[in-house]
Design a protein around this ligand. Structure first.
Ligand code: DQA
Length: 146
């Protein structure tokens, strides 16, 4: 089982960026937690971050044939990117949307996700634990499909 974790813009700054919203853990800390949990579940993960929309799209396209589920924190692109949404639909790999913060409890412009309607589901508001929940959801999606 291969799960691809994709992280969008500014998530490389976690730990320093608005800690009152996103917490004190860095992306590397979160990656380590996800790796530990994945090892226990017997799942192999690939964990990536980019600030560039096109790179996220390239990675989604390349995952065809070798990734079972994509767990995606598209950050601000969640609210703006039709291209990202189209890429998820195009590859046909089940995707799970995750966020550290509860986007529905924040500014109006964060309430709308262009990605959510083409994902299996959305997890938000649990801080770094959203990533662990995303992994668990990914395993569940794979098991249901097998
Ligand atoms: C975020 C929420 C987005 O609205 C925001 O643009 C981010 C982070 C989160 O994980 O809470 O960059 O995706």
């Amino acid at each position: 089982m291969n799960v691809l974790f994709l992280n969008g813009p500014n998530l490389n700054l976690l730990g320093q960026r608005q800690p009152e919203v996103y917490g004190k853990a860095s992306l590397a800390d979160i990656q380590e937690q996800v790796r530990d949990r994945a090892a226990k579940l017997g799942v192999s993960i690939d964990f990536r971050q980019t600030n560039h929309e096109g790179e996220l799209i390239d990675w989604i396209q390349q995952s065809r044939g070798n990734v079972n589920v994509i767990v995606l924190n598209a950050a601000a692109y969640t609210h703006t990117s039709i291209a990202l949404r189209d890429a998820i639909v195009a590859v046909g790999i089940p995707a799970i949307e995750i966020h550290l913060s509860n986007i529905h409890a924040r500014e109006d412009f964060r309430h709308r996700s262009l990605i959510a309607p083409v994902c299996q589901g959305q997890i938000c508001g649990f801080g770094p634990f959203s990533y662990i929940l995303g992994l668990e959801a990914a395993v569940n999606v794979i098991n249901i499909r097998v």
